[in-house]
Design a protein around this ligand. Structure first.
Ligand SMILES: Nc1ncnc2c1ncn2[C@@H]1O[C@H](COP(=O)(O)OP(=O)(O)OP(=O)(O)O)[C@@H](O)[C@H]1O
Length: 637
């Protein structure tokens, strides 16, 4: 049995339960054969010979057999249940553990609903088969063999004649199985697609509502629901045809038995007790035949389920530690990041980044700017070794990251992403996620730095407020601030801010960034942003286009040369530039005082200076003040 062999690693310690379960069921089956014999004895030896004094003994024997059979059935259920549950428990744990370590590449194409159905429906099918189905299937064969043996011992001619329709029963059962199995498989797929639709709909409920796509979603679900319903109807039609056919064939058996057996009794070549025993025994054989299709179907289903579950467990992990991977102690790390001619493509797609070279000395700040899909996030993902580079190498403190233990590498990098995931737990636990021991003072300190403390204190239970699944109940900006606090608490040597302040307004961004200035000190920081104001402090800014670096340098230099950076700057600061040019024009025309002209000229040429001086209303911090909008402008889109 393939299923048993493939899964044996998961139930090896409880193999004895499998044997005990089978043994108990076989004993219960064998004990079932005692009834027809007792019946024969009652008719032939007690009633016919009028030996009624033996009735009490017969009753005791019958009672004893019944108790013993019940006990055996209980033990079969007990051991089977234990075995099935143990196996399902081990498999569930193994799958969950595997899901933790599977590469990002796997999750790029995996469907949550499908994975959920593997971990629930498929595991249930396996649990049922290993716990009960297997023993039941074996039992069908045992019953037929035991039953036929006893019938032969009673009367071999009648046995042969009666069992003539058995091959037809087997044929119908197998044919039924061959049709119901694909139907069941189709049903499981349909169910999985239903689950996926529900899961996606709940996860993306905001998007659905924002686009008023509820009717479309309802239609989409209806189509999948219809597919599931059609399948259900098909399978129930198969079932409804199956039972009458089996009943008909069984009746043929009984008619033959009564006709031929009755003749034998009349002729005196068989006793009445034997005929009655035969009648009981034939049901003993036919009964399991009815279930044969079901048991085989149960087996094939669990085989398919086993394959689906094992597919997860046998999934190769392409990003993994090699044997000699070095540990990296955060204390020893300096944070020198180097990209050396890095090229990478997702699967067979076109390269997402091409020939990237970066040298980020410890404590430096690298800014990444570029349009959607230009490869900014990919650079960050590669640094965290979410994927292995196709060409070139990434080094941290001179060591190729493929030679560093992945756990250590990721532990030394803290990132804040565009999308913030919050676990359904307290705010405190969410900030302290991934850190074992941390004081409340520390949590409050980082929350203050991330400008989250104030709104947390306004919540009903402060830091003990539970935030729902995916942080529902918090605004995008609030979630992002919690994520920033979480990253700061990690005290990383390398900090990644992937559009980390996209969901907060300009003023809060400025406040958070002034906090960043402090926490960035001594850390190598990578900032991905669409707003030039977020990148202005960077030691080097890389402008990306279609995966290639097309411009690089400091802000002050980049705004002076023609190119995408200057274009972006012009778009984002259009009003300010216009105002400066206007004032310049007026000054040139002699309609303005010398003082005003020099002041505006300084503003345009020395924006960094103005910012460093902490001028709150400076246009670099709040370009939207002059643009009259809080919306960010995305370059090159
Ligand atoms: N998981 C993925 N699987 C396949 N292709 C991907 C994946 N992630 C990104 N890409 C592709 O790689 C390219 C670079 O994407 P990337 O996410 O790095 O861009 P980005 O500059 O960060 O964009 P954005 O500003 O929109 O976040 C795009 O063409 C994108 O479609």
């Amino acid at each position: 049995m393939d299923v048993l062999r493939q899964l044996q690693d998961f139930y090896r310690e409880r193999k004895s339960y499998l044997y005990l379960s089978i043994l108990c069921l076989a004993t219960a089956t064998a004990l079932g054969l005692v009834y027809p014999n007792l019946l024969r004895y009652l008719i032939d030896d007690i009633i016919r010979l009028r030996q009624f004094d033996q009735v009490p003994m017969l009753v005791v024997a019958l009672f004893g057999v019944t108790i013993l059979k019940a006990l055996m059935q209980f033990l079969h259920g007990f051991f089977g249940g234990r075995l099935g549950n143990y196996l399902a428990y081990r498999l569930r744990n193994a799958c969950y553990e595997k899901l933790q370590f599977l590469s990002f590449r796997y999750y790029d194409t995996a469907k949550t609903g499908d994975l959920m159905s593997r971990l629930t429906g498929d595991l249930e099918a396996i649990r049922n088969f290993i716990g009960f189905g297997f023993a039941q299937l074996l039992n069908v064969f045992l019953m037929v063999i035991f039953g036929a043996a006893v019938m032969f011992s009673l009367n071999w001619q009648l046995t042969l004649v009666t069992l003539i329709s058995i091959p037809f029963l087997v044929y119908v059962a197998l044919r039924f199985e061959s049709r119901i199995h694909p139907a069941f498989q189709e049903m499981r797929l349909a169910l999985s697609s239903l689950t996926t639709a529900v899961q996606e709909n709940i996860t993306g409920v905001r998007t659905v509502k924002a686009f008023a796509r509820e009717p479309h979603e309802v239609d989409k679900f209806s189509i999948r629901n219809e597919r599931y319903r059609t399948n259900q109807i098909f399978t129930s039609t198969l079932w409804s045809r199956y039972f009458p056919v089996m009943e008909l064939l069984a009746s043929v058996c009984i008619v033959i038995l009564l006709g031929f057996g009755g003749t034998l009794v009349i002729r005196g070549s068989m006793t009445l007790g034997e005929l009655v025993a035969f009648f009981t025994l034939i049901w003993y054989i036919i009964g399991p035949m009815w279930g044969l299709g079901f048991h085989i179907n149960n087996y094939t289903q669990s085989k398919a389920s086993t394959e689906r579950v094992l597919e997860i467990l046998n999934q190769p992990i392409d990003v993994t530690d090699h044997e000699n991977a070095r540990p990296l102690h955060p204390g020893d790390m300096k944070g020198h990041v180097q990209f050396d001619h890095v090229t990478f493509a997702y699967g067979n797609k076109m390269a997402a980044v091409v020939d990237i070279n970066i040298d980020a000395p410890p404590g430096s700040v690298i800014g990444l700017l570029g349009g959607t899909g230009s490869g900014k996030s990919t650079i960050i993902q590669l640094m965290m070794r979410a994927y292995n580079v196709n060409e070139g190498s990434i080094r941290i403190d001179g060591t190729d990251i493929r030679d560093i233990r992945i756990g250590d590498l990721r532990a030394s990098i803290a990132s804040v992403f565009q999308e913030t995931f919050l676990f359904s737990s307290t705010i405190k636990n969410n900030i302290a996620y991934g850190i074992n021991e941390v004081s409340m003072e520390e949590i409050v300190r980082v929350a203050k730095l991330a400008k989250a403390h104030e709104f947390i204190m306004e919540m009903p239970n402060g830091y003990d407020t539970i935030v729902g699944e995916r942080g529902l109940g918090l605004s995008g900006g609030q979630k992002q601030r919690l994520a920033i606090a979480r990253a700061l608490l990690k005290d990383p040597k390398i900090l990644i801010l992937d559009d980390a302040t996209s969901a907060v307004d300009m003023e809060t961004e400025h406040e958070i960034q002034s906090g960043f200035q402090e926490v960035m000190r001594g850390r190598t920081t990578f900032i991905i942003a669409h707003r030039i104001s977020s990148l202005r402090h960077a030691d080097e800014i890389l402008v990306l286009q279609e995966g290639r670096v097309i411009q690089r340098g400091k802000h002050e230099d980049l705004i002076k040369v023609e190119g995408p950076y200057q274009d972006t700057y012009r778009v984002q600061y259009a009003d300010h530039i216009q105002r400066v040019e206007e004032q310049q024009r007026l000054a040139d025309a002699g309609q303005s005082t010398v003082d005003t002209a020099s002041q505006t000229s300084n503003e345009a040429d020395e924006p960094m200076e103005a910012l460093r001086d902490g001028e709150k209303d400076d246009v670099w911090d709040n370009p939207s003040d002059t643009a009259g909008s809080r919306e960010q402008v995305r370059p090159h889109e």
